[in-house]
Design a protein around this ligand. Structure first.
Ligand code: ADP
Length: 195
């Protein structure tokens, strides 16, 4: 099993690179943002509660997203590996994920962290808001809150995996193909080390 975390602030390109990575490596894509948006689309109780928090640019409670990831792992027993996108986003989520994977004897192989400047992030998210239909991408204040949440709660997740020497930082500015190529080099290297 090859389990990858694609890490970085909102707008760093995790969604774009995830699509390409799941194609190349046959991984199961688990995006907590996508899972939450599908709960919102079907107007479930969980979705309606989550929307209030997401529209303020804040994080959904840990137990909600951990529960979603736990059932997604259970629903996919026979995959090559998982690509976690937008999860874990807090230290508590990282610890919960490690435990869930420990039960499956398939730990995180690597965390790829995309590095993008704050001004570039705001620019990209505002632009995405013109077409994405995502209400959290249209208001600059909400975008800035999401970036603040990232600094306050999420950045520490990289320190957690750094302790196990599992983090590789990659420049997230440049062409999509260039960034993809850099990520693939790192994955191929780790895959070789794992075999
Ligand atoms: P982005 O990376 O552009 O912020 P996502 O689609 O990953 O977009 O997340 C959108 C929103 O969903 C976040 O701002 C947050 O409110 C919520 N969310 C997604 N993943 C998590 C998570 N792991 N923990 C808490 N909240 C989350």
């Amino acid at each position: 099993m090859f389990n990858l975390i694609l890490f970085g602030p909102p707008g760093s390109g995790k969604g774009t690179q995830s699509e390409k990575l799941i194609d190349r490596y046959g991984l199961k894509h688990l995006s907590t943002g996508d899972l939450l948006r599908s709960e919102i689309a079907r107007q479930s109780a969980l979705g309606l509660e989550a929307k209030k928090v997401m529209d303020k640019g804040q994080l959904v409670p840990d137990e909600v997203v951990i529960g979603m990831i736990s059932s997604a792992l259970d629903q996919n027993p026979d995959v090559n590996g998982f690509l976690f996108d937008g999860f874990p986003r807090t230290s508590a989520q990282a610890e919960a994920l490690d435990k869930l994977l420990e039960h499956r004897q398939a730990p995180i192989s690597v965390m790829i962290a995309l590095d993008v400047s704050e001004e570039e992030l705001v620019k990209r998210l505002m632009k995405r808001g013109e077409t994405s239909g995502r209400s959290d991408d249209t208001n600059e204040q909400v975008i800035r809150s999401r970036i603040t949440e990232y600094h306050n709660k999420t950045a520490a997740v990289a320190d957690h995996y750094q302790k196990f020497d599992k983090v590789k930082m990659i420049a997230g500015e440049g062409s999509i193909e260039e960034i993809f190529a850099c990520i693939c080099i790192e994955i191929d290297l780790r895959k070789l080390q794992q075999t």
